[in-house]
Design a binder for this molecule. Structure first.
Ligand code: HEC
Length: 130
C-alpha cells in the first residue's frame, strides 16, 4: 500500500467522496484471504535465486540450511517471506524486494510462491540434483 502524499487535501477528499459513492457490495468480506503461494512455481524460483547460496536441496552452503528439521519446525510462510523481502542486514542474505543490485528483484507474488515452497520443506527439490 503506497502512501499517497502527492495528493493535496482537496484531491484526497474527492477520492474519499468517490469511494463512499461506490455501490455497496452485499455479503461479508470475512472470507477473503490472500491466495496462497504455489510451491511448484516456488521450486523454479528457488533454483534460480536461492540454491546458489542455500544449496539445491536447502542443505546450506554460504547460506544457512533451510531444509533442516529445526528450521522447518519454526519457519512459517510469513517468516520466510519477510526474510526474502527484507534480507538480513550485515549478512550476505539479500533483500529481494529492493533494487536488484547483485541479485534479482522479486515481485510480491514470486516471494509468496518461494515462501510456500521453502516453508513446505522444499518438496521435490532433491529431484533437481539427481
Ligand atoms: C548471496 C547468498 C544468498 C542468497 C542468494 C540467498 N540467501 Fe538466504 N541467507 C543467506 C545467508 C548467509 C543467511 C544467514 C544470514 C545470517 O547470518 O543470519 C541467509 C538466511 C536466510 C533465511 C533465514 C534462515 C534462518 O535460519 O532464520 C531464509 C529464510 C533465507 N535466507 C531464504 C532465502 C531464499 C528463499 C532465497 C532466495 C530468494 C535466499 N535466501 C537467497 C545467503 C543467501
Amino acid at each position: 500500500m503506497p502512501a499517497y502524499r502527492i495528493y493535496d487535501a482537496a484531491a484526497m477528499r474527492a477520492v474519499i467522496d468517490a469511494v463512499i459513492a461506490l455501490p455497496r457490495i452485499d455479503g461479508s468480506r470475512a472470507a477473503w484471504h490472500q491466495a496462497p503461494g504455489s510451491p511448484d512455481r516456488g521450486r523454479d524460483l528457488y533454483g534460480r535465486h536461492c540454491a546458489g547460496c542455500h544449496g539445491d536441496r536447502g542443505e546450506g552452503k554460504t547460506g544457512t540450511s533451510l531444509a533442516n528439521s529445526g528450521f522447518q519446525k519454526v519457519a512459517s510462510v510469513g517468516y520466510v517471506a519477510a526474510m526474502v523481502a527484507r534480507g538480513r542486514t550485515d549478512t550476505p542474505m539479500p533483500a529481494f524486494r529492493l533494487d536488484g543490485v547483485n541479485h534479482s528483484a522479486l515481485t510480491a507474488d514470486e516471494i509468496l510462491d518461494l515462501s510456500a515452497f521453502v516453508a513446505a520443506g522444499l518438496p521435490g527439490a532433491a529431484r533437481q540434483t539427481q
